[in-house]
Design a protein around this ligand. Sequence first.
Ligand code: PLV
Length: 365
Amino acid sequence: MIGKNVSSGKAGAASDMCAPKSGTSWHIVGPLGVAGMDHSRTGCAKAEHFHVVTPLLESWALSQVAGVTVFLKCENVQPAGSFKIRGIGHFCQEVAKKGCRHLVCSSGGNAGIAAAYAARKLGIPATIVLPEGTSPQVVKRLQGEGAEVQLTGKVWDEASLKAQELAKRDGWVNVHPFDHRLIWEGHASLVRELKAALGTPPGALVLAVGGGGLLAGVSAGLAEVGWQHVPIIAVETRGAHCFNAAIKAGRLVTLPEITSVAKSLGAKTVAARALECTQELEIISEVVEDVQAVSAVQRFLDDERILVEPACGAALAVIYSGLLERLQAEGRLHSPLASVVVIVCGGNSINSGGLQALKAQLSQS
Ligand code: PLV
């Protein structure tokens, strides 16, 4: 075990006085486009969202590459560095209302940071369980949020077993990083924002798939706003392609190991709900190589001056590797498309040195 729990003194800080009156919705979006308020000031963290309404930016550079207008849904600017705070923030708020006294979250990194952030805002202690190879920068961030950090196992699946064990303690709740209805409900807010910003549906939506929580949440959001006809291009990297493998097999498949560098996509088995979504919406599952995902990270940094993880590079590779055009040429996507939205899911497990190291590692393999 590393780190120490410095947040225990804050337990129970979120007061019931903050509960909404009956009939009052929890889903309040602030007038300045910020979904939450300053919780430390209000002390009413239970009543506000922790995520912010993110910008939807038209990208000149990616539109040039794709030959169609590309919009970027910039989840990298979320307070916890990725889209994860939408679903995890929502989950944590709901269990806090029910009296949860300690949050446990197994994670490849980003879900853990979202859980630790939400826990701090709620005044509940958190334990985050991650695989041993987790970057020191992520560990530091988690400790900075006041969470206890435990590193165990080689991949997320092993960390998840440990978290389930810990969550048996009285008052402790396991925050699943992707496989829970509340997580999908929270992620669905992203689509409501798209509808508000775009008005008309895009021709396609591109997102990365790890355990499938983002996919399940976006699918729920599309159905909610009446955009269920919008095709989703669901991208994984080879070596973390449990969704693609499940689609091919027609049932859930557990990968023997995670070999991709996109560790945030590294769940060995996708959520059953993600596979179900393929029956309800048009989902095009694609697998890109690590080298394409990392090259997309570098090109995106140069084009937009935004640094994201390889997990997010996987989605961006749809544009940079010409996959979008290929899907159009194959008749699997309309041509021309109204526009394409790429969910820039973000990610904390990267910095300039890390990107250089990944490029060096992949050029040698
Ligand atoms: N990452 C999870 C699961 O890791 C985590 O614990 O943070 N993009 C980024 C930047 C992510 O961090 C993740 C998930 C995804 C995409 C995929 O989201 P999902 O799991 O909902 O499909 C093992």
